[in-house]
Ligand binder design. Structure first.
Ligand code: FAD
Ligand code: AMP
Length: 476
């Protein structure tokens, strides 16, 4: 018998599984098809984010940060530890346990919400029919009827002809989460978010890390005052970040990889034990549409959607990494919830102006809204307040006083236009800034908000005061 649903979600990453959960909560009969299998060959929900993205990378960042603090910082508190060492397989096993717990958790949530989890590759025949293909045999298992389709097929690591991955010496971000020993020499192509996070993990554990970045500017999307300071801090930690470095070719032997690259000074060779390719991600639309489905892609290969995530085909929506906008888990989840709401006739909206970004280096980098360089380009008048963590008591007590909070407000209306944080747990501090922007707050609103003492959030408060040149714990 043909199964039939109100909504068929293709892809169970943070965009798709959240869409499915919200659809089910709203009373829609929902199924979610996903083809992911974990290391044990078992179907696993959660997509890139839970299996090989946000969660495992943060687990390894946490482990390596603990290790680094133990070996480099704890002495400052009088804590003496003899013979500290890192057991890499145990660290990887911890990561696997956390991932397993969370991916199983999604399966539990699906069951609790009566969502049918179908394992397989989904292919859209038309607005009403989705074909389920067995990923192993490539045979069609069934054709499911549906009223709406939500495409949430995500993305995968971009490949480089000059450095093809082999799962051994040359790996992508997923492979970088599986090393069983600390590579002595580690090369990374791409000093974007993923390259920096993976570089930080292995550098803290003892690798000599070199990042080759094609662009001349470090983190061009980040406010340049922050990115310059961040570059300095990361280089001090030992990350050798080479800008303007274009990889031309790689040569592999059984012992090492030699990367041939050019920069403004000429041609160079870099020999490393392992190489991570982290040059971005591409939308996943392979074999997703039958020709008659009528869904179009944009010029960069993303599924073309409007502000409400509607594709050009009726009743077919697309969300998450497979559509325009930042490739971030929370952006996809918000789109998933918004589409679900719209299916039952509710008003839904994603505020693309207030999406936080985080890079989980140490110090962390987090921001929301406009950068100073962006405002200079558009000519919008602005004023700036900056407050350093060096003047924040909690940060000092934590031995984490690098970085600063920078608030940019409109010069005339005082409305917060952007907040940029380089510093301890910036990933959590940015939430206040996102809320402020969501509520169209002014810098004065933040300045008049009481912040607990002693907390890191006082740095946000002081930066808001600094917008009006009245910060208390620094000279204005
Ligand atoms: P995905 O998570 O990619 O999920 C798509 C799912 O669809 C997958 O399970 C895939 O197998 C399945 N699928 C694809 N095609 C089909 C098909 N035809 N049929 C059935 N199933 C299909 N983002 C953050 O916000 N914060 C972070 O800290 C962060 N860290 C990251 C670290 C790393 C190392 C990486 C690689 C990414 C990180 N990201 C982070 C990005 C984040 O993982 C993605 O933005 C997010 O996973 C996108 O969600 P999605 O649901 O759109 O797609
Ligand atoms: P992200 O988009 O954050 O994943 O970062 C990917 C990074 O890889 C960007 O900073 C790109 O500029 C960089 N990149 C892309 N292609 C190359 C290349 N061929 N050599 C070096 N860096 C690259």
């Amino acid at each position: 018998m043909t199964r039939s649903y109100d909504v068929m979600v293709i892809g169970a990453g943070p965009a798709g599984y959240v869409a499915a959960l919200r659809c089910a909560q709203l009373g829609l009969r929902t199924a979610c098809v996903d083809k992911w299998v974990n290391k044990e060959g078992q179907p696993a929900l959660g997509g890139t984010c839970l299996n090989v993205g946000c969660i495992p990378s943060k687990d390894l960042l946490q482990a390596s940060e603990y290790y680094h603090r133990l070996t480099h910082q704890f002495q400052a508190y009088g804590i003496r530890v003899k013979d500290a060492s890192i057991d890499v397989p145990a660290m990887i096993a911890h990561k696997d346990r956390i991932v397993r717990g969370l991916t199983d958790g999604i399966a539990t949530l699906f069951r609790a919400n009566s969502i049918d989890h179908i394992h397989g590759h989904g292919r859209v025949l038309d607005s009403r029919r989705v074909e389920i293909i067995d990923p192993k045999t490539a045979k069609v298992n069934e054709v499911v009827q549906t009223t709406h389709v939500i495409l949430a097929t995500g993305s995968e690591p971009a490949k480089m002809g000059e450095a093809s991955t082999d799962g051994e010496r040359i790996v992508d971000s997923s492979g970088a989460l599986e090393f069983q020993e600390v590579p002595k020499r580690l090369g990374i192509i791409g000093a974007g978010i993923i390259g920096l996070e993976m570089g930080s993990v292995w550098c803290r554990l003892g690798s000599k890390v070199v990042l080759l970045e094609a662009l001349d500017t470090f983190l061009p999307a980040v406010d340049q005052q922050l990115s310059k300071d961040a570059l300095r801090q990361l280089q001090k930690q030992g990350l050798d970040i080479r800008l303007g470095a274009r990889v031309v070719s790689t040569h592999k032997t059984s012992k090492q990889v030699t990367v041939h690259y050019t920069d403004s000074r000429g041609e160079h060779d870099l020999s490393v034990d392992r190489l991570i390719v982290a040059v971005g991600r591409r939308p996943n639309t392979d074999n997703l549409f039958a020709p008659e489905s009528g869904v179009s892609l944009d010029e960069r290969g993303f599924i073309d959607v409007d502000e409400q995530c509607r594709t050009n085909a009726p009743n077919i929506y697309a969300i998450g990494d497979v559509v325009r906008g930042p490739m971030l888990a929370h952006k996809g989840s918000e789109e998933g919830m918004a589409v679900a709401e719209s299916l039952v006739g509710r008003t839904a909206h994603v505020n693309y102006e207030a999406i936080p970004w985080v890079i989980y280096t140490e110090p962390e980098i987090a921001w929301v809204g406009k950068t100073e360089q962006g405002l200079k380009e558009t000519g919008e008048p602005y004023k700036v307040g900056v407050f350093p963590f060096a003047a924040n008591g909690r940060a000092r007590a934590m031995e984490s006083s690098l970085g600063f909070v920078k608030i940019i407000a409109h010069a005339e209306t005082d409305r917060v236009l952007g907040v940029h944080i380089l510093g301890p747990i910036a990933s959590e501090l940015i939430a206040e800034a996102v809320l402020a922007m969501e509520y169209a707050a002014s810098a004065e609103d933040l300045a008049r908000t009481v912040h607990a003492h002693p907390t890191l959030s006082e740095a946000v408060h002081e930066a808001a005061l600094a917008v009006d040149k009245r910060a208390l714990h620094k000279a204005n």
